[in-house]
Design a binder for this molecule. Structure first.
Ligand SMILES: Nc1ncnc2c1ncn2[C@@H]1O[C@H](COP(=O)(O)OP(=O)(O)O)[C@@H](O)[C@H]1O
Ligand SMILES: [Mg+2]
Length: 373
């Protein structure tokens, strides 16, 4: 059996890099190059295997020429959109609440049937508004949708979109929509409330109004079959006339207990040994955490289990990690004693004197002293 030769390692690494950075164009380009090199070496069978793997997953991606012509904000000279090509087997499944999952399925169904439903006069334009607090998966969901429909995702960079030049923001918006008109893509207006912040800093009273008008005109001019997704944490900040254009809605919320159960299972199962009853404790303790925070805490737990070498994760270790994520925003412990006290106050049944002694690798007497008073 022939093996991939070391002189092709650089192509393999580039393909890997493309896959890991969700840059399928890069992966595809280097896979083609690899096929050519293998052929040049007389490795016909291997070259054929690479080519047929490529043919199995055709990915629509932008040519290098298309990428060179991204719209730019005149004031900052920054590109106003960012292109990511979909990668089919990317491993970032989302755990969604049942209602959100249903809304997602409906949107995908609507996209798939758009032409047929339009012929019947019952189509809803392919416009989706995703609303939800930070870390609930808005950006990830847009990426997942682009992947599902096999189109590149063109994400607006709201910092560059909102220009310091008077009148330039409206021009930037028009250029972004022109781009979406000219290239098959999913247009993603991420963190869209940034536009509404213009109202606060009222350099010029008419500016926001002009921006809203530009948005309405451009949205209306874009074919209804074009997919536009907007995500925001604050839908109330932007003009209702804009949101009304988005007939599809997905509301993401902080996960309820049943969804937190699925999230912990999703991020931990197969990676650590944790008793079922301990899982239940994590579910209770993570009330109010976003999926992103749960993911961060879970990764922390996995690292901790790997470091300990036992593969097993005890409840005190897990909850300590969870607490660090949970309290991250407002609590910095300057010494072990204050962390011990906080843990003990939080969950006295789990953080017994004995458990704390083991966790912090000190004597029970030291724990008693530290947590007293
Ligand atoms: N519902 C979810 N299920 C699984 N992972 C999630 C979910 N929501 C967020 N995450 C994780 O958290 C990270 C940040 O989420 P992101 O999509 O940026 O959230 P948002 O855009 O709403 O702030 C993602 O990379 C993803 O791995
Ligand atoms: Mg986001």
């Amino acid at each position: 059996m022939e093996l991939i030769q070391m002189e092709h390692l650089s192509e393999v690494l580039k393909i890997l890099d493309g896959a890991l950075t969700h840059d399928s164009r890069k992966a595809v380009d280097y896979a083609n190059l690899l096929a050519e090199k293998l052929e040049g070496d007389g490795q016909r069978r291997q070259a054929g295997a690479v080519r047929s793997a490529l043919a199995k997953r055709p990915v629509r991606s932008f040519s290098a020429a298309g990428l060179r012509s991204l719209p730019i904000d005149d004031a900052s000279q920054a590109e106003t959109i960012d292109i990511v090509n979909p990668v089919d087997d990317a491993d970032d499944d989302l755990v969604l609440a049942p209602l959100a999952q249903e809304q997602l399925n409906e949107f995908l169904l609507s996209i798939a049937n758009f032409d047929r439903w339009q012929a019947e006069g019952v189509a809803v334009p392919n416009r989706l508004l995703i609303v939800g607090p930070p870390g609930t998966g808005k950006t990830s969901l847009a990426r997942a949708i682009a992947r599902a429909v096999r189109l590149p995702l063109a994400t607006t960079r709201s910092d560059a979109l909102v220009s310091s030049l008077l009148g330039q923001t409206s021009r930037n918006i028009r250029e972004v929509f022109d781009f979406a008109q000219a290239h098959p893509c999913v247009l993603f207006l991420d963190e869209f409330d940034a536009l509404a912040k213009m109202r606060a800093d009222s350099r010029e009273v008419g500016e926001l109004q002009r921006v809203v008008i530009a948005l309405l005109q451009n949205l209306d001019a874009l074919p209804e079959s074009s997919i536009v997704i907007a995500a925001t944490n604050h839908p109330e900040l932007l003009d209702r006339a804009v949101w009304r254009r988005f007939g599809h809605r997905i509301k993401l919320e902080l996960p309820r207990a049943s969804d937190r159960q699925r999230l912990w299972t999703h991020f931990l199962s197969g990676k650590v040994n944790l008793e079922a009853s301990d899982f239940d404790q994590l579910v209770v303790a993570s009330d109010g955490m976003s999926p992103a925070a749960i993911q961060a805490a879970a990764s922390d737990m996995v690292r901790s289990a790997l470091r300990s070498g036992r593969g097993g994760l005890t409840l005190p270790i897990a909850l300590r990690r969870l607490a660090r994520t949970l309290w991250d925003d407002y609590e910095v412990f300057d010494n072990p004693a204050s962390e011990m006290r906080a843990l003990r106050t939080w969950q006295p049944k789990v953080f017994t004197v004995r458990a704390l002694a083991e966790l912090f690798d000190v004597s029970t007497r030291q724990v008693t002293n530290a947590t007293r008073g």
